[in-house]
Design a protein. Structure first.
Length: 165
């Protein structure tokens, strides 16, 4: 069973999150996990990679696996890429991954006290183990993802084993 990554427990602690879209859903991820956000580039497909792995890119000499979060979370896949699609380069505990998202909206500053625990009954397609909680931002409900928990250890192992040589 995965344990949640400990966050600063002070309710007054300010945190920043990058808000992004997957389909019609709004998510956010701690800004400290986001290395950079880039436009969609050519992705080299890999044979026998897990279904959610689109392939790899080379970013400043580093090979980065690219994950389609829509596939990872079981969302309907749109075949049409648009100009809003982005790759968020994410640093987890010991990995660098690229997440394909449908759009990046803004950076949100909020206090820990504004992050509410995950609802007991999840209505979205996302498993509640992937997220820290929810934030209400105006009329928008944001699901707060935890970068280190989006993949099970065996999935991360399979992504690490991707060999492009």
């Amino acid at each position: 069973m995965n344990e949640k990554i400990s966050t600063e427990s002070s309710p007054d602690k300010m945190r920043q999150f990058v808000i992004f879209e997957l389909g019609s859903e709004n998510f956010c991820i701690d800004l400290l996990s986001v290395r950079e956000i880039i436009r969609i580039v050519e992705i080299t497909r890999l044979p026998e990679a897990p279904e959610f792995v689109e392939g790899v890119i080379t970013l400043r000499g580093e090979v980065v696996p690219i994950i389609d979060l829509r596939k990872r979370f079981g969302f309907t896949i749109s075949e049409n890429e648009n100009s809003d699609n982005r790759i968020m380069i994410i640093e987890t505990a010991d990995n660098i991954l690229g997440f394909i998202v449908d759009g990046v909206r803004e950076v949100l500053r909020t206090r820990n006290s504004e992050i509410k625990p995950p609802p007991a009954m999840i209505t979205s397609e996302i498993d509640k183990r992937y997220f820290e909680g929810v934030i209400t931002n105006g009329n928008m409900l944001l699901i707060v993802l935890i970068a280190d928990l989006i993949f099970a250890q065996e999935e991360l192992y399979s992504v690490k084993q991707i060999d492009v040589a």
